[in-house]
Ligand binder design. Structure first.
Ligand code: SAH
Ligand code: SF4
Length: 343
């Protein structure tokens, strides 16, 4: 899909034509301009040539059919992954990518191992949601609702592509089009402090999640090199300021990795830094990543069930508010941190 020429093609037309075109793309989710029968045939043909709507994608459906992964090929041939997750309560969440690859190289993350290719444009971020709305529209899944929730938890670090991510959020939020409520949008960051500071001033009701994954700097910087730039005290100070300003809950993501960050001591230490007002912890099962690319693939394993239970018991004893994330799509490499493309 390429909408960069849309304004130009419709330049000579009455103003409402652009609105009609946008409605067709962002509200009715047409896949080809031939469906836009309110335009003359010549114009439809021109639009198809100069503003193609086709989205190139390879699709994989999970065995349980509760999640679908799409690998979308962008204009320049690079690829990004995005996942649709179907919740039992009727919500349909799309996990979008914000960059091709990621420059931050967290040891446990498949995207991190790809290195960084480039930022996505707002159109390329939105395209991922449009793709699944078309998919739902064409009834390839037994789903009634269009996409109801969007999380920026796919490939890339959203706060290193701040402006484009914010632009895409505003479009997703637009009542006339996608109408996805700000409260149904979440942004996850590995802890880019400038991003958190800016985000707190946006006056948006969008949810913020922080990838924590370790209760102290020594371990955290082994796993997440970004901790050297923004140590925990600096990060948590920024989060506290965000909470003070917005009065919104913040989710701290903690991936449980066997014998790395899942000990009793880690749980106790985590309890000491969490447990503040409007903090809550989201425990994530470590998802094995493919061993392509360079480096650390395969060295980590998920924590055992009994270890997880013990870890949770300690958090509970310390009155820490936490939840455990449901695992979608691990058979299609669509779970957290498994996103990786070779182009
Ligand atoms: N770059 C952002 C957002 C994308 S990652 C961030 O790091 O927050 C989305 C979440 O998946 C993050 O919490 C990330 O740490 C986690 N994740 C990465 N690799 C994972 C893996 N192998 N198993 C489980 N979760 C993983
Ligand atoms: Fe980048 Fe997030 Fe993966 Fe770290 S966990 S490498 S920040 S995508």
């Amino acid at each position: 899909m390429d909408l960069s020429n849309l304004d130009k093609v419709l330049e000579g037309e009455p103003k409402y034509r652009l609105k009609q075109a946008e409605e067709a793309i962002f509200k009715n989710f047409i896949s080809d301009w031939s469906e836009a029968t309110f335009f003359a045939k010549d114009l439809r043909d021109k639009l198809n040539k100069e503003c193609p709507l086709k989205i190139e994608a390879d699709v994989l459906v999970a065995k349980k059919e509760d999640s679908v992964k799409a690998k979308i090929t962008l204009k320049d041939g690079l690829q990004v992954e995005t996942v649709l997750m179907k919740h039992e309560d009727g919500r349909n969440t799309v996990c979008v990518s914000s960059q091709v690859g990621c420059p931050l190289g967290c040891l446990f993350c498949a995207t991190g191992r790809m290195g960084f290719k480039r930022n996505l444009t707002p159109d390329e971020i939105i395209e991922q949601v449009i793709f699944f709305n078309r998919y739902i529209k064409n009834l390839k899944l037994k789903i009634k609702n269009y996409v109801t929730n969007v999380t920026f938890m796919g490939m890339g670090e959203p706060f290193l592509n701040y402006e484009n991510v914010l632009k895409s959020i505003r479009i997703l939020n637009d009542k006339e089009y996608f109408n996805i409520g700000a409260r149904s949008i979440s942004v996850s960051t590995s802890g880019i402090v400038e991003g958190i500071e800016k985000f707190s001033k946006e006056n948006l009701q969008v949810n913020l999640a922080i990838s924590l994954h370790a209760p102290n700097d020594k371990l955290r910087r082994e796993l997440m090199p970004i901790d050297k730039k923004y140590p925990l005290d600096v990060l948590l100070k920024a989060v506290n300021k965000y909470i003070k300003k917005t009065n919104r809950q913040v989710m701290f993501e903690y991936v449980l990795i066997k014998d790395v960050n899942d000990s009793d001591d880690c749980a106790e230490e985590l309890s000491k830094i969490m447990g503040k007002k409007l903090y809550y912890v989201n425990l994530i099962l470590y998802n094995a990543t493919h061993s392509t690319g360079s480096g650390q693939a395969g060295i980590f394993k998920p924590s055992t069930t009994s270890r997880i239970e013990k870890f949770k018991a300690i958090l509970k004893k310390n009155k820490i508010i936490f939840s455990q994330r449901y695992r979608f799509g691990d058979d299609i490499q669509a779970a957290c941190g498994q996103f990786e493309t070779n182009r």
